[in-house]
Design a protein around this ligand. Structure first.
Ligand code: KIV
Ligand code: ZN
Length: 559
């Protein structure tokens, strides 16, 4: 910003709480969760969800495990009214799920909300009015504190009077001093105490006091101070459920919620992937998975995050950014070579440790806070290859996804070829492209020399003769040689034909463990007289023939 712009802004006052206790707390227990996807989330969509889309979202939220779901503002729109009626009339609300409806403290709106709720087994009526000095001045035309408190108390009285109208429904009251984040703490407390008293909250029938960071004005520690202050000051703590509802204007909605929980809150409102007004509401997926990653169960199941994201993106027409924690496309992908190397080593080490013990092995893979499999992602997607990738990345892909366990000495050479390809294309290569490039450069090469018919005969123990037909362009050559194995026999055959201008340096083979593939892979390293080193690869159902093909591939690479 320009200096003259910066002068418009003021520091935000801190909370005086020198004996704050929240910094010493750890999160060892999950809060109650409430999804506000169908209200705050939906209300902020450029194209709001249709009733059918809302039903699909509601079913998704139930599947994820939410027990409290704000289903909308039924008094504010006919669509929201009919959506709630459909949920109730079509018996779509599971026994253990409570729907929540938002309503302003106004008589006709409260009455309409109760009409919408008729027939529900239980419901939370969420009453709110704005309390901050800014809102009192601007929105309520310089209303006094008393006038604002009166709106809240009158609204509560009305809700209370309506409860008898639907006796078959158990009603819980939730009150939000909207804009709590920039309301004087003492005044928020005063309004909440008045609402609580009017409602008659008890430990058996507690009220939910939702303390929203309607706008995130300050750093998350200030939010935590506000919440701890409020929890300590409220008169009947056991008759109150303290709920958090953060927004993300400064990009710290998740941090504010986590610190708010450490400060004593019991409940969290948020949305999938942080959808919501402006920069969004709290991303509940992140807070829940952060807890899981510290060994805390949450009651929410994000093990199939990809399909949850698919429903979300389709019904809201929003997209989840590539870097969104846990759910973004690229969050389990390492591009840097050293990271790829460390991840491969971590995964290999973990596989070994898991093989050696039946006990659960604690997660510990460099750069990955959780096992991607726990959110339905696969290791295969972890490493992609671009020209910045290290040799470990290519070896990892070839091993995990194509079944080639390359000799270590071959890694740099293969790496060079594949990165060269990525460089040429000017983009990253997919796993399939890496496999294809590897095959094109190293496997079963047929020019200038092509292997035709091939026969191996056992002469005596440890003595074999190989007879091979080779093609060089139009020319065909028959060669025969003897050795203690097929490779040596072929080397001798090539020598007799004047084709041996190399030294055999290394040979190894293994079965290819990949899908239903029952091939063998062989690797041959040759050195030319002038010191050039090459590796060739052969793949064939027969391990002997794989070796022979590897030798021919290597010969071709040398010529
Ligand atoms: O952000 C907010 O303050 C709200 C209230 C209605 C709880 O959405
Ligand atoms: Zn909100």
């Amino acid at each position: 910003m320009r200096p003259e712009s910066i002068r418009k802004y003021r520091p935000f006052p801190a909370v005086s709480l020198p004996d704050r206790t929240w910094p010493d707390q750890t999160l060892i227990e999950a809060p109650r969760w409430c999804s506000v996807d169908l209200r705050d989330g939906n209300q902020s969509l450029p194209i709001p969800m249709s009733v059918e889309e809302k039903i699909e979202m509601f079913d998704l939220l139930v599947r994820v495990g939410f027990k409290e779901i704000e289903v909308g503002f039924p008094s504010a729109s006919e669509t929201e009214f009919h959506f709630l009626r459909r949920l109730i009339e079509e018996n779509r609300i599971p026994e253990d799920v409570t729907v929540q409806v938002l309503v302003q403290a106004r008589e006709h709106l409260i009455k309409r909300s109760f009409e919408a709720l008729r027939g529900a087994k239980q419901a939370i009526v969420h009453l709110y009015n704005s309390t901050s000095p800014l809102q009192r001045k601007v929105t309520f035309h310089d209303a006094s504190k008393e006038e604002i408190k009166k709106i809240a108390v009158e609204g509560t009285k009305l809700v209370k009077s309506m409860v008898a109208e639907i006796p078959e429904t158990k009603i819980t009251l939730q009150y939000s001093p909207e804009s709590f984040s920039d309301t004087e703490l003492g005044f928020s407390l005063e309004v909440c105490e008045a609402v609580m008293k009017e409602w008659g909250a008890t430990s058996q029938n507690p009220i939910i006091l939702n303390l929203p960071a309607t706008v995130e004005w300050f750093t998350p520690n200030v939010h935590a101070d506000q919440i701890e202050w409020f929890c300590r000051q409220i008169s009947q703590r056991d008759a109150v459920v303290i709920s958090l509802h953060t927004h993300n204007d400064r990009g710290t909605g998740v941090a504010a919620t986590e610190l708010g929980l450490m400060a004593g809150a019991d409940r969290v409102e948020g949305t999938l992937f942080g959808n919501g007004e402006r920069t969004g509401n709290l991303d509940i997926v992140v807070v829940a998975l952060n807890m899981n990653s510290h060994g805390v169960a949450t009651g929410l199941d994000f093990s199939d995050l990809t399909s949850i994201r698919e429903v979300y993106e389709r019904t809201t027409r929003m997209t989840v950014p590539d870097r969104q924690p846990y759910s973004g496309e690229l969050v389990f992908t390492a591009f840097s070579g050293s990271h790829q190397d460390a991840i491969k080593k971590g995964l290999d080490r973990r596989a070994q440790e898991r093989g050696a013990t039946s006990e659960g092995v604690p997660w510990g893979v460099p750069y990955l806070t959780i096992d991607p499999e726990d959110v339905g992602r696969s290791y295969e997607a972890i490493i992609r290859i671009n020209s910045q990738s290290g040799k470990g990345g290519v070896a990892y892909i070839l091993d995990r996804e194509h079944g080639f366990n390359l000799p270590k000495a071959m890694h740099p050479l293969v790496g060079q070829k594949i990165y060269g390809e990525a460089d040429e294309q000017g983009r990253e290569l997919s796993s399939d492209e890496v496999g294809a490039a590897f095959k094109a450069h190293f496997v079963n090469l047929e020019t200038p020399l092509k292997l035709g018919e091939y026969l191996i005969k056992q002469q005596s123990p440890g003595q074999m003769t190989s007879v091979a037909k080779l093609f060089r362009g139009e020319e065909s050559i028959e060669i025969e040689g003897t050795g203690n194995g097929p490779i040596n026999a072929l080397v001798e055959a090539l020598e007799k034909e004047g084709l041996k201008d190399f030294h055999l340096q290394d040979y190894r083979s293994h079965a290819v463990q990949h899908g239903s593939c029952a091939d063998a892979a062989a690797y041959v390293q040759l050195k030319s007289d002038d010191g050039k080193l090459v590796w060739g690869v052969g793949v064939d159902p027969s391990i002997e023939l794989a070796g022979v093909k590897a030798l021919v591939s290597a010969w071709n690479l040398l010529h």
